[in-house]
Design a protein around this ligand. Structure first.
Ligand SMILES: Nc1ncnc2c1ncn2[C@@H]1O[C@H](COP(=O)(O)OP(=O)(O)OP(=O)(O)O)[C@@H](O)[C@H]1O
Length: 332
């Protein structure tokens, strides 16, 4: 077996002209084949820039990207940007033919040399993405989420080895989004497709990705398995990206019975348990936010707010006095 990494960035950097604090600083990364790698980071941290460098849409200032040992050419060196074995889908679905049917938009990606194969593959991809029922509809009449599915179908029908997704589910509503996420996971499982995706959404990356890459100010500060990164992030920044967590100072943490040696305590909402106590003591339930099968509660004491998850909706009401017990915390 060859030791050559499937896809790797070797000291790749890109700083936009006149903007020293922009782009991506010299970065090394390896992408595992047949897996979903998600790049996360706050707005402006360089996620899209890194994706474009990997795809060959941008030429790096330094270093290079290699796909199976071969350098990826930048736009100055290649007429049609991007590698033949890779396809990229962004949140803009501009290259769809709005007045043609879904079927024709997808089938158009294949050569017309073998019509039977074209028919078969188009049907297969539409089935994989649960779109067969809309094959005859005009793209112009589809919702944003449905158009996004067409864009993904067009990308995967040519059987690329790598699919790059830049916030592709952004304009898709929650119910559609989950369906699309699980279809993509299924395609990865069935076909061995490698996916690299950029996302803002912690729920999305935690449920979809096999590997996470955390970018801050154009630098990879952490990477690993989503579960490991969620449970024990090395950086406060990562914890805040992945969880709607409570970040407390030493004094604030003491109010929850937590003594820390470092500057900040991070407590995930689900790490806090509460019980009702006698009036005029402890924390006050300030807000009860109904979330369906659970509630988010916002507690307050001496100007300090605490977000917790309550798995027994209806048990607490605003104004209740409660005591908290913190099962786990992180220190930064
Ligand atoms: N073409 C460009 N010219 C100049 N600066 C740019 C260009 N593209 C991006 N930048 C800057 O580089 C930095 C990183 O941008 P990038 O789009 O890669 O970040 P991002 O993490 O994808 O952000 P977002 O989540 O908001 O899309 C930002 O400061 C951005 O303003």
């Amino acid at each position: 077996m060859s030791d050559t990494p499937f896809l790797q960035a070797l000291a790749v950097s890109k700083i936009y002209p006149g903007k020293q604090l922009s782009g991506v600083k010299p970065t090394n990364m390896v992408v595992q084949p047949g897996k979903i790698t998600a790049i996360i980071g706050e707005s402006g941290s360089g996620k899209s820039t890194l994706l474009k460098l990997l795809y060959g849409l941008l030429s790096p200032d330094t270093g290079e990207v290699q796909f199976k040992g071969e350098r990826i050419w930048g736009p100055e060196e290649k007429l049609i940007p991007g590698h033949d074995a890779m396809k990229m889908v962004t949140q803009h679905t501009d290259d769809l033919n709005l007045f043609a049917k879904v079927w024709d938009n997808v089938a158009a990606m294949l050569p017309a040399t073998d019509l039977a194969a074209k028919q078969h593959k188009t049907e297969q991809v539409l089935k994989q993405l649960n779109m067969l029922h809309m094959a005859e509809r005009r793209v112009a009449d589809l919702s944003g989420g449905e158009k996004q599915r067409v864009a993904i179908a067009r990308a995967i029908i040519t059987r690329p080895q790598v699919l790059l997704l830049d916030e592709p589910f952004n304009q898709v509503d929650t119910s559609f989004r989950e369906g699309l996420q699980s279809d993509i996971r299924q395609i990865v499982k069935e076909t061995g497709l490698t996916v690299i995706m950029v996302s803002h959404d912690p729920a999305e990356v935690l449920s979809m990705a096999d590997a996470l890459i955390v970018l801050q100010n154009g630098e990879i500060i952490e990477h690993g398995h989503p579960k490991a990164l969620y449970q024990s992030p090395r950086n406060l920044y990562t914890a805040q990206l992945l969880s709607n967590c409570n970040v407390l100072t030493t004094t604030e943490a003491r109010l929850c019975g937590v003594d820390i040696k470092k500057e900040h305590a991070v407590i995930y909402p689900e790490w806090i348990k509460i019980k009702v106590v006698t009036p005029n003591k402890g924390w006050t339930v300030k807000q009860v936010l109904f979330k369906g099968f659970y509630e988010d509660l916002i507690l307050e004491q001496r100007g300090v707010s605490l977000r917790i998850v309550n798995e027994e909706p209806g048990k607490y009401t605003e104004g209740d006095k409660v005591a908290v017990r913190v099962g786990k915390w992180l220190e930064y």
